[in-house]
Design a protein. Structure first.
Length: 124
């Protein structure tokens, strides 16, 4: 499992949702679809209408992968920090029951307000 408390692991930029949908198609349940997707190095974070899925690519070849699913139904609270004038990164902290805090850092022009709206739409 990815160490979610280490923000340097996740300096995420936007990713095409159709690529994420294709990559995760075998993991998705009926009526589940990708809403937002992000990439940081080789790892990815994808928000569906039901959960947050992280993919931790391991090894030299990248064939070994760790998939972690965090159901939005288990989300208890979240916090967003928008980018500033000099600090262009934004942050998202999520608190899941039985797991604790998950911290994601987004680089550049990711609209963190859109991410927060998505979470509100599917978690509330």
């Amino acid at each position: 499992m990815i160490d979610f408390t280490n923000g340097s692991v996740f300096r995420l930029g936007e990713r095409d949702t159709s690529d994420a949908q294709a990559e995760l198609s075998e993991l998705l349940v009926p009526n589940e679809h990708v809403v937002l997707a992000f990439k940081g190095g080789r790892d990815t974070v994808t928000f569906t209408n039901k959960r947050l899925i992280t993919v931790n690519v391991q090894g030299l070849t990248g064939k070994k992968r760790d998939y972690t699913s965090l159901p939005l139904a288990k989300l208890q609270a979240w916090s967003v920090e928008t980018a500033g004038t000099f600090d262009l990164d934004s942050e998202l902290e999520l608190w899941f029951s039985a797991l604790g805090k998950v911290r994601l850092e987004f680089k550049g022009r990711v609209d963190i307000r859109t991410v927060s709206q998505l979470i509100g739409q599917y978690a509330l």
